[in-house]
Write a protein of this length. Sequence first.
Length: 762
Amino acid sequence: MKFTNGYWMNREQYDVDSPMEVYDVKKEDRTLSAFAPFKKITSRGDQLNLGATTLTFTSPVENVIGVKLEHFDSEDHGPAFKINDLKPDIDISIDKDLASLQSGDLKLTLPLKRDFNLKFSANNHLITESAPKAQGVIYDHDKKINYMREQLSMGIDEKIYGLGERFGNFVKNGQSVDIWNQDGGTGSEQAYKNVPFYLSSKGYGVFVDEPQRVSFEIGSENVDRVQFSTEGQSLQYYVIYGPTPQEVLHRYTQLTGQINLPPAWSFGLWLSTSFTTDYSEETVLKFIDGMKEHHIPLDVFHFDCFWQKGFEWCTLDWDRDQFPDPEGLLKKIHDRGIKTCVWINPYIAQKSPLFKEAKEKGYLLKRLNGDVWQWDLWQAGNGFVDFTNPKAVKWYQDKLKDLLKMGVDCFKTDFGERIPVDDVKFFDGSNPQQEHNYYTLQYNKAVYDAIAEVKGEDEAVVFARSATTGSQSYPVHWGGDCLSNYNSMRDTLRGGLSFLLSGFGFWSHDIGGFEDGKDMPTADLYKRWTQFGLLSSHSRYHGSNVYRVPWNFDQEAVENTKRYVDLKLSLMPYLYTQAAHSANYGNPLMRPMFMEFPKDPNVYDNGTQYMFGSQILVAPIFNETGQAHFYLPGGKWTSILDGQVYQAPESGKWVDQQFDELSLPVLVRENSIIVRHNNSHHASYDYAKDVEVHLYQLTDGTVSTKVVDIHGQDVAKITAKKENNQVTVKTSGLSGDVTVILHDNDKTKSAKLVADEAEFTL
């Protein structure tokens, strides 16, 4: 939201007051607080008829400093994001000229009896500041509404990322962003997953701890500042210092909630019925058996909306006309070694038998007059489950548990964005403006917890569309309704990378695009999107009105699908180890280039390729010609598909290259150990048995890696040392038939592991 008319004036409808100096400051236990009036106090008369901001400074996590700005002491009806207080060591200092709070390397300083400003520095270097008149207490005298504003400075060449899932430019500089969940597709400024957190290329992040709408102006209203504002009388935010992107995200997730690791099987291929296609038990088994006939491993089958009767979503019961024996069908699917997922949303249509039950028990959102809040959007007479009511949560979970006990393994938790804010009353009295974004957290937590209770915590996973801060604890999330064209494929990746930079670990998207129009995706788009999808953390074929099985396209599509399913399954010892360690640290599995190479300015704007874990680079191809344009940071990079070696100078290198329909850049960085297992039929298996240990372009010195089991626990370790043209490999925890393969320039050598050791002479 913009309040100014150019640099010097405010827009006519706004009165803007800013703290001008700190009049009083005090320390209480672990808190520093300051009283800052809207003018400088030179006499007693200046103390009359004057407003002020009260500022409170805290540090719940090391290298994180919280700032709360308050005008009036108004009541907060909630909800509020969960903030973890780890009580780090801090130092609070007050003298006659300066007050400060230090946590780890991050220090906040506040001048006393001088022009008001807040400075955030690390190791004696300024990282950002709230300059004079940056903060604002704003009154809209047309609408009779109050806002609170903060502006934090941006440095020269500083780049801003994140703010949830955003489908526009990867770098957010120059953009206006509203943190407000909406069902707007993947080609607009709207987003399903809004997170009031941004990450700076300068080595810090900022989390605005407000669940309601927060408006960001990123170098837009004031071109040298990031501005954020929200309606109300207070504003809370945290500055989080890294200095690396990985460390910033680590501390952000320490603050707001850990990333949970999904079960290993969920990393395999998911196949959907698609949305409006016709499907029955016969159709489902035909597709599952068709995948086996084409030798394409499948891990999960997903039933979309019409597993239930039309006009009755979400009634949480099978359409017995199409699926007369759901228990028997689920058993047949399980007997084929495949998990099952069914679609749900948190709305209940009036025609559903559940509607009357939920209405009578008071489990649906109500209007202020006591009526159930309904509309006809999506389903006739939709009502909304009220997750602020603990009894409604238990009632909803019990319905899901019946399905889980029947044999369903997980749920696609669709929707959760169109939550009403006008003429609506929540059970616990929550502020509807704050509930709008927060609702998705309550919804997905309820579903995730139900799965964990029935199946076990290690088996819990959802496939969610909407999200906000804290939703990282309830994976996985997918990108929503994209179009079946190359532009939308690119937009999807940008949205995913932006989302993953906002504190999330795992992400997926509809392979081939969701919206088809009248025709199915072209065969070349389907193949290119398949490659991208199977080189994402989670991989699902899904569409609107067209089945997504590869044999509906051409024979090359079948070969392409098999090739990349096999590749992903073979990489699971590497991928699941990276996933487990990344989640534990609060980092994504798929990561933008600048996360791994933060000192390389050539990658700052790059939102069309990514690192898959820390060692593998992926550059999807977004055209029908097979032309790739990708960037390589300095060093040697080896194609995992054909062994081609690329040499990039220390300054980096752009590559233009043609790839056939079955190939793309999938490159391993030098000095990497990649553990693989060929001929895997599912994503979950013993990652330390009968494996190949690939050593890529080793440099002098020692490098090591670990391998986890399907529970994410370390079970094996591999160390390689290169010295005087000799490579020595030592392992512990590997079992069975293990081969070590050395990739050195364009040559390979292999050796069997004997007594946990192998050697190569170059």
